[in-house]
Design a protein around this ligand. Structure first.
Ligand SMILES: Cc1cc2nc3c(=O)[nH]c(=O)nc-3n(C[C@H](O)[C@H](O)[C@H](O)COP(=O)(O)OP(=O)(O)OC[C@H]3O[C@@H](n4cnc5c(N)ncnc54)[C@H](O)[C@@H]3O)c2cc1C
Length: 443
């Protein structure tokens, strides 16, 4: 009897403990779900919930809530867990590097492009990376697939296909013109060297591609990158500087020069070769062309006096290294505002915007910039255009009465939008289709 009583007490205590643990666990999960639901509501308000390009799509039947995808994603709040299942939050901020795809232990994630509501334009390419224009090939993110390692692999494979198509009878300057020196273009340049092609690589900006143009230093490599003529590079997490160093060493070791600051403006097919025009006024003839231009486009220029000075930039790199400068930021969109705010901590920042109010800003940015202006951390000049850039100053002109203001200046950042690659692709005659949520990477 006494033993039964003891057993009942033990069972009761064990059940009570289990009950308490489960209760607190569920309460914690409920709380976490509530936070994620709130973040989703804000993302919807700010227009960040709907993805714009590559993004993860979660198969809820297979998701077992390990949270591995959230841990693997280096961006903030792209993914979260709500009621036991993973979900996207700020999907439009996803940059498609696929870390979540590789981390999910149950293979519940696919990487898709576009959505039912918002299509994304992709060029047609066949199995060997050739487009509808014979002799013109595409590698890397322009074809739809993100990730450095994929771009490297495609640059290699596309160039291998090109080596098989080149016919020697043509009189063009080059066998292959590679356009863009991101990971795809770099890998293509190395492969071209490996197969003895007479090739040239041109880059509108400087070597490195998209990943170097954003203010984040950490780079995630989901698996080893196999660089032609250099070997396997096993970097799991690295910095922009280290990755650039690897690429530079690989190119130098093989005596490959990249022609930087050379933007391709047009490509025309002439009988059996391509006539390529650049912004420097060069006309290049090549038997084949590889487009490795990514999907981010080209920043728009203002075409004003002094814009070619070294102190002018169209993107903000390493803001933490810039201090005690007089800076002008031009633009009223999110990139301009975010850059102005980042720089305002350690510099004197003036923000010039041609309109009289900010429109279509993310709510968070709107609130932050309004506060910074009120606290005089950022000097605002609404209704102005930047009209002249000198070595030590800049000139702003009023759009209201044409009056001019001269401001001392060390650095200028221009965020005037950009030209999308699709405009360029249409111009050169490539076939393009809109994708509405198709899986680009699937287990
Ligand atoms: C913020 C951010 C972080 C990322 N982090 C990671 C990460 O951690 N790991 C990862 O694997 N991936 C990451 N990615 C994705 C990765 O950057 C891309 O998938 C990869 O860079 C694509 O390589 P690409 O060579 O196809 O194109 P890009 O890297 O975009 O290179 C294209 C190049 O072509 C040049 N170009 C464009 N038009 C012309 C023209 N008309 N004439 C001449 N040159 C031109 C551009 O200036 C650019 O240098 C990130 C992307 C972003 C935006």
């Amino acid at each position: 009897m006494e033993q039964n009583f003891e057993q009942i007490i033990i069972y009761t205590v064990v059940f009570a403990l289990i009950f308490i643990i489960v209760y607190f666990y569920l309460r914690k999960q409920k709380k976490k779900s509530k936070i994620v639901a709130e973040k989703i509501a804000i993302a919807k308000q700010d227009g960040l919930f709907e993805p714009v390009s590559l993004h993860p799509v979660i198969d809820l039947g297979d998701c077992i809530q390990t949270g591995a995808c959230i841990v693997a994603c280096p961006e903030e709040d792209i993914l979260g867990i709500i009621n036991g299942k993973a979900t996207t939050i700020n999907a439009s901020r996803c940059i498609g590097h696929g870390a979540c795809f590789h981390a999910c232990p149950t293979e519940a994630i696919s990487l898709c492009i576009g959505t039912e509501k918002r299509g994304v334009e992709l060029p047609h390419i066949n199995y060997n990376f050739e487009t509808n224009i014979p002799g013109m090939f595409i590698a890397g993110e322009l074809g739809g697939m993100g990730l450095i390692k994929n771009a490297v692999e495609q640059g290699k494979q596309a160039t291998e296909s090109i080596t098989k198509t080149i016919k020697n009878k043509h009189q063009a300057q080059y066998d292959l013109l590679i356009i863009g020196a991101g990971p795809a273009g770099i890998s293509a340049s190395l492969t071209a060297k490996k197969y003895g092609l007479n090739s040239l690589t041109v880059e509108q900006d400087s070597l490195g591609g998209t990943v170097f143009t954003f203010p984040r230093s950490k780079i995630v490599m989901t698996s080893a990158m196999d660089l032609p003529l250099f070997g396997k590079v096993k970097l799991k997490e690295t910095s922009k500087a280290d990755l650039l160093d690897v690429w530079l060493r690989a190119l130098q070791k093989n005596n490959i020069d990249i022609k930087e600051n050379t933007k391709v403006e047009n490509i025309e097919k002439e009988d059996d070769y391509f006539k390529v025009t650049t912004t420097n006024g060069d006309i290049i003839s090549s038997k084949t062309v590889l487009l490795a231009i990514g999907r981010r486009g080209t920043p728009r220029k203002l075409n004003i006096q002094g814009e070619n000075l070294e102190k002018v930039a169209y993107r903000l790199l390493e803001p933490e290294d810039i201090s005690n400068k007089q800076i002008l930021v031009v633009g009223g969109g999110d990139s301009a505002i975010e850059s102005a705010l980042l720089l305002a901590d350690n510099n004197e920042v003036t923000l010039s915007y041609r309109k009289n109010i900010f429109q279509r800003l993310k709510r968070k940015n709107h609130d932050k910039i309004s506060q910074a202006i009120q606290e005089k951390k950022v000097n605002i000049r609404f209704n102005t255009n930047l009209t002249k850039i000198n070595k030590d100053d800049i000139v702003l002109s009023s759009v209201v009465d044409n009056s001019e203001e001269e401001i001392k200046n060390d650095l200028v950042y221009i965020f005037a939008g950009g030209e999308l690659p699709s405009q360029f692709l249409h111009k050169i005659g490539l076939k393009i289709t809109k994708k509405y949520g198709e899986a680009i990477l699937k287990h």
